[in-house]
Design a protein around this ligand. Sequence first.
Ligand SMILES: C[S@@+](CC[C@H](N)C(=O)[O-])C[C@H]1O[C@@H](n2cnc3c(N)ncnc32)[C@H](O)[C@@H]1O
Length: 285
Amino acid sequence: MSGARENAALAWSAYFTAAVWASLGVPGAARFDTLRGRVLHQAARWGGSMLGLRGDHSVTSLLLAARHLGLGALLDEIAPEQVIELAAGLSPRGAEWARARPVVYIEVDQAAVIDAKRRLLEPAQPRGELVLVAADLREADLGEALGAALRDRRTAVVSEGLTGYLDEPALRGLLRQVRRVASRLSSCVVLMDFYLRDGAAATPARDAGVPGEAWLRKRALRSMLCRGLDDLEHLRTLVSSEGFELRAAHTARDLAVRAGIAPPPLELFVIAELAPARSGGDAVR
Ligand SMILES: C[S@@+](CC[C@H](N)C(=O)[O-])C[C@H]1O[C@@H](n2cnc3c(N)ncnc32)[C@H](O)[C@@H]1O
């Protein structure tokens, strides 16, 4: 896929995910729920029902709900003064947080998505401190893109639904960029989802009723969603070689419990909680 076509396809994923948040009743999501997103979401549901997945409670919805609401719950616990959300897409979280909390919420995504978000936010009620930054995270220098918006506040860097699209060199590039930004801050925690192949493999081959259903789900989800890392050890080694310490790896089930929702029947990802490693930070250029 050429760069431009790949970017366009990735932009569509933002519309799709926004429609999922709206269908789950996530606060503020209706503003970003577009016809394009609803068509994609409906098509995915039809595809899912052909594979034996069921309606809105399909495993995909449960997984995405655990990811999005669980990440929100983790952020709530951290209560940062500044959030930098990478590949924020059309997620309503930034707009909701900036409206209701004393936080500077900086969202970064590719230009087409940021333009769409600006249009959907208008005419909006007061936005609070929501800053939208257009940057291609594979090419741009994140620190430069953030520019004067980046201040030395207690910061959480967040990314949700991005790493599954990146191969390992691109993933390393992203971590390196985040590490450089973190080195300019006195306090920084990173929350980032990672897709682990062994999570899907470890899930029992049968569940609610239909023989082979779980196997189909796994196949569909694995091919749809992720390039992925092998397992937790792979994740630990990767982040530590890029100057981060893996403080915690929150599983989909843990996240669902945190968010007070039904746990998904499948483990496919973790949200890694990373902190800049105490030693070695200066080595990161
Ligand atoms: C699946 S969507 C997730 C959006 C949002 N995080 C959410 O959960 O609702 C993936 C997002 O990653 C963004 N993205 C992918 N590659 C990117 C890149 N190289 N630079 C900036 N954004 C990128 C897409 O534009 C899209 O908004």
